[in-house]
Every structure is written in C-alpha cells, then in structure tokens.
Ligand binder design. Structure first.
Ligand code: UD1
Length: 428
C-alpha cells in the first residue's frame, strides 16, 4: 500500500489551496440519480476512491456511469438490478444510500448490511425504521436488507418519521425515498448538515418538493409520477477538506494560508474554536484566510451533530491541540471508537491521556517524526498534519484511507510548502 513520506522543513504552511467538491455531498447525489431514468450531469465532483466505488455500485445496479472528474454523467442502462452486494458495500458504508432510492423507484431493493467499521458499530436501524413508516416491508436475510414497497413492490406512501438520533445518512435515505412516495412526508429530528441541504436542492431540481432541509424538520412532497427528472448540478465545496487545511495552517507560528472556495458559514463551530485558540480566521471574498501569529491556546472541544463541532474534524483538531499551551479536553460523542490517531500521535511525542470517549491533551513544544498509520480517513489526515510539523521524517502508512477522501493531497500540501512524497507500494 502507498505511504506518504513527509520531511520537516521547520517552516509553517504558507500559500493557497483550492478546495474540491464535497465527497459527502456527491455520494448521496450520485445515489439520487437512481430516482430518474434521464441523463444527469454532476459537476465539481472530487477525484476520489469513494466516488469510484459509488460509480461501480451504480454500474452494478445497471446504470451507465461516466466518471471524468470533476464531471460525472449518469444515465439509465438497459436493465436494473436493484441489488447492492457485500463486496461493494463493505468498501464504503455510504453504499447503503441506494436503499431508499431503489425501493422508492423500483419497489424492491436488496442491499448488504454494511457491518461495523473502524470508528464504531454504525447501525442503520433508523434508515430501516423510516422506510417501514413509508410502507416498506423489511426483512434481514443472510446479511442483506430486503425491502419491498407495499403490496409486493407498490409505491411508497408519505408518512411521519421521527429519528431517535439525528443521522446524516438516515435523513438522506428517507428524503430520497419520500421524494417518490405518494403524498407528503414529515421527517422529524433530522440531521442539519450542509450536505443534507445540498441533497434537498437536487431533489427539488428533480421535481420533488422538499422544504426545511438545514433545520430538524423536513417536509417532502413526492412527485406525482413514477420517476423524477434528470438534473445538472455543481457540488458544494468540501467543508471537512477545507477544515483540515485550515487546521494544518495553524500548526506553527507564522502559518498563512488562503483556503479557496470554502464557505465560512458551513464551518462556524470550527472557526469559533480556532479563534478561541488564538488563530486569525477571516473571510476574503469567497475564500478563507488562516493566520497564526503567536502561541496557541488550549481549548476544549465536544463533537456534536451540525451545527456543533464536526466529528470529522475531531482528529485534526486534536493534532492542533497537541501543539497548544496547556491542557485541552476533546470529547467524542458521535462515534464510540474514534481515537485511533491517539496512540500514533503519542509515538510522535504527543502527550494525550484517553479516558473512554475523552482525550486529555497536554500541549508539547515539538513532535518527532515516526512511522505511523491509521485505519480511518480523518485519523490519517491528523497524522499527516502532525507529520508536516514534526522533526525529521514521518511516514504515514496505509494512505488508502486518505485517498478515499482527500483529492490530490500531496500536490495540495506541496503547494503549501510541505516536503511530501508518495511512496508507492510501501511496507504496511
Ligand atoms: C455521515 C458522514 C460521516 C460523518 C457522520 C457524522 C457521509 C457519507 N458520511 O456518516 O463522514 O462522520 O455523518 O457526521 O455523509 N446511527 C444510528 N442508527 C442509524 C444511523 C446512525 O444509531 O440508523 C448513529 C451512528 O452510529 C452515529 C450517529 O448516529 O453514532 C451519526 O451517524 P450518521 O449521521 O448516520 O453517520 P453517517 O451518515 O454514516
């Protein structure tokens, strides 16, 4: 597997980085193309492994998909096979997002249960409960979810769905299913992430009526026909990719980075914590500038559903707090096993004590290069950020995960003055 080798320059990050389209917006939107038989056209799609996996899944389902990132074209193929196999779902949990569109459009779906993942159990009970409320019959058989519309594959019916926890994927799956259901659905206790709002914009372009996305109550009136219209859409910028470079910029005094195309309004919780730590974060037109002049102050962070502090920024922010003055307490409330970066950062000289879902970080003055690796995307990003400011050489192994979520990461880091290279087929 490939590794990233990073050699210390001793200098802070400086320069400009352009943010790619949001992976977590593109994935549900690609799944939404199943609701239409026409030719849809997505723009600003990042070149990432997860996009390729979704394209492979759509092709397996019978779609004609052309990925030429940042453009993707999807059209109906000759035949539909509403079945997502384990081999594809296990590569990417978000594959479960085909469940809602498939059963709403074709009356039937067979989708592998995703199983656990590196950061926790991640059940899909809320997706299934919601689909049942829309009239689906659901059964679990040999690791697969088999869903059927009312009366052996009939049209779904609008209903009220109350989520027990705000779930991003659950909210998206239900919005897509409700977009082709007969009548009006009300979804309560929804996830409020910007990617949910983005999916609502697309479903509205496709002819459904979705209102309230971005709040915790979403109303969906299904289109009064068997399918929705095709669409053209440019994906919003990736707020987590942006946040990752913003944090990297602040690791050393003197850092000065312009993050192009990132929306400050989608990053408020992170920006507030960065400012509390003494970092200057300002809007420059459509861009965000991050500058660090003096010492970093330790701040506490607790992850929460949007608009709270994103769990997908927890690992990177923890790396930042490793370099702060004083003690910071980082609590993870969304996923139960999301501190895999901690033992690796400790090997680089970080002082972090783990107590259940809380990490207590004592700032240190410097980090030392080491060979490290992580088994999830954001944990890997936090190690790269640490490696960029550590003494001597750091090798971040198994960057398979980084390639799932960060487009051209080494080129972007090189542009900010980091001495980094990809080592192909390194020892893992
Ligand atoms: C999405 C993001 C992921 C991010 C996460 C939380 C995508 C492709 N991925 O993942 O990057 O880390 O949101 O912001 O958009 N839960 C249940 N039952 C369910 C569904 C979820 O108990 O049926 C729980 C999960 O275990 C977790 C919490 O709800 O504790 C939030 O998960 P959810 O928002 O569903 O995450 P994903 O959509 O999988």
């Amino acid at each position: 597997m490939d590794a990233l080798r990073i050699r210390s320059t001793g200098k802070p990050l400086e320069g400009t980085v352009r943010i790619s389209g949001a992976k977590n917006a593109a994935l549900p939107i690609l799944c939404a193309t199943l609701l239409s038989d026409g030719a849809s056209h997505l723009r600003n799609v990042p070149r990432l492994r997860d996009i390729e996996t979704t394209a492979a899944l759509l092709r397996f389902l019978g779609r004609d998909v052309r990925v030429d990132a940042p453009e993707v074209h999807v059209a109906a193929g000759a035949e539909v096979r509403p079945e997502a196999p384990y081999e594809l779902v296990k590569q990417m949990r978000a594959s479960v997002l085909v469940l809602g569109p498939l059963v709403a459009r074709f009356g039937r779906a067979k989708v592998s249960l995703p199983g656990g993942c590196a950061i926790g159990a991640r059940p899909v009970d809320q997706h299934l409960k919601g689909l049942e409320a829309l009239g689906c019959s659901i059964r679990l058989e040999r690791g697969y979810v088999i869903a059927e519309g009312p009366n052996n594959g009939g049209r779904l019916r609008g209903a009220e769905v109350m989520f027990d926890v705000p779930t991003v994927g659950g909210t998206e799956n239900l919005m897509m299913a409700a977009a082709l259901a007969k009548g009006r659905s009300t979804l309560v206790n929804c996830a409020r992430e910007p990617e949910v709002e983005e999916l609502a914009r697309v479903l509205n372009k496709m002819g459904a009526e979705v209102s309230g996305a971005g709040t915790d109550v979403i109303h969906v009136t299904g289109a009064d026909r068997g399918e929705l219209s095709p669409f053209e859409h440019a994906i919003i910028p990736d707020r987590i990719e942006a946040g990752t470079y913003m944090v990297a910029a602040a690791m050393l005094e003197g850092g000065n980075v312009l993050v192009q195309g990132a929306k400050l309004s989608d990053l408020e919780a992170l920006v507030m914590k960065m400012r509390a730590a003494g970092i200057e974060v300002t809007s420059e037109g459509q861009d965000i500038r991050v500058r660090r002049f003096g010492e970093l102050r330790a701040v506490n962070v607790t992850t929460a559903p949007h608009p709270g502090f994103p769990t997908d920024m927890q690992a990177q922010f923890l790396s930042l707090m490793v370099m702060a003055r004083g003690e910071s307490v980082i609590s993870e409330t969304i996923f139960e096993n999301r501190f895999m970066h901690v033992p690796e950062l400790q090997r680089m000289g970080a002082s972090v004590a783990l107590r259940g879902n809380t990490a207590v970080v004592q700032g240190v003055r410097r980090l030392y290069g080491a060979s490290v690796m992580a088994t999830d995307l954001r944990a890997s990003a936090s190690l790269v950020i640490a490696g960029a400011v550590a003494d001597e050489e750091t090798e971040v192994r198994r960057i398979y995960h980084l390639d799932r979520g960060y487009e051209r990461i080494e080129q972007k880091l090189l542009g900010l003055g980091v001495n980094v290279e990809r080592v192909r087929g390194a020892e893992s």
